[in-house]
Ligand binder design. Structure first.
Ligand code: DC
Length: 244
């Protein structure tokens, strides 16, 4: 069996692939991105974590989240680094590992608010292009296939009905949190508010790239969604696994 048939790229055929995964909150982007990264031997980069880290800094400094100029100034004084990890990414905010502080509801809401400002987005996009430029990555976010890497070889737009996303989030929080999860209706309400902001902002709103494959996981189990995402990648790239 050749290396290709074995699922391993033959020497010299290694592709520096970029897989872009975009979609609304709670659609399962992180789970699918992590799976694809492991399966195809790529790095997994979560751009939402970068917006979250910046939002955390704005909250800590008590900068009003609607003050675009102050946020632009803050961006100039901020360093954010994203490091791939086994499970989730490590996010370094001015050198401090803030990965454990960016998933709470206040930061989640603030990240969606600070991300509407063009100067903040332009800065983030530059950073994301720097980390992904070598290829060999699965990058997930809202504008990866449209703005950050419009020439990505594979673009998946992952979607699911809001009620289903809310229910999944509820179960996820229930498994992780030490305190009880908010009721599902409240989670769905927050998801809808965030969707609304992410989809309707003037600068790089959340929308599928024209050449993205839409994967709606509303009626899929996790296993089915993972298999469907894998099939999309294989369809675009062929069966060889990325090994560089
Ligand atoms: O993927 P996430 O939930 O961690 O993202 C948090 C917020 O960051 C999201 O509400 C919108 C913003 N975001 C963005 O505008 N563009 C990205 N590429 C990633 C996230």
């Amino acid at each position: 069996m050749s290396a290709e048939e074995n699922g391993i790229a033959a020497p010299g055929t290694c592709r520096k692939t970029i897989i872009a995964i975009d979609g609304p909150a709670g659609a399962g982007k992180s789970t699918i991105a992590r799976h694809l990264a492991r399966h195809f031997g790529l790095l997994n980069l979560e751009t939402g974590a970068m917006y979250r880290a910046f939002a955390l800094k704005a909250l800590r400094k008590e900068i009003p989240l609607d003050d675009g100029e102050a946020l632009e100034q803050l961006a100039r004084e901020t360093s954010i680094r994203l490091e791939p990890g086994e499970e989730a990414n490590r996010v370094l905010l001015d050198g401090e590992d803030v990965s454990g502080f960016i998933r709470n509801p206040a930061v989640t809401d603030a990240a969606s608010r600070v991300s509407v400002f063009p100067a903040v987005r332009a800065w983030m996009v530059r950073l994301q292009q720097q980390v992904g430029v070598q290829g060999g990555v699965v990058m997930e976010g809202r504008d990866i296939g449209t703005v950050v890497f419009p020439h990505a070889e594979v673009k998946i737009f992952l979607d699911a009905a809001p009620e289903v996303r809310g229910q999944r989030r509820y179960e996820q929080i229930g498994q992780q949190a030490s305190s009880p999860a908010p009721p599902p209706e409240e989670i769905v309400r927050d998801l809808r508010a965030r969707d609304e902001r992410d989809r309707n902002r003037a600068d790089s709103p959340l929308k599928p790239a024209p050449d993205a494959v839409i994967l709606d996981s509303t009626r899929m189990t996790l296993e089915q969604a993972l298999a469907a995402a894998e099939a999309i990648v294989v369809e675009k790239l062929g069966p060889a696994k990325q090994v560089c």
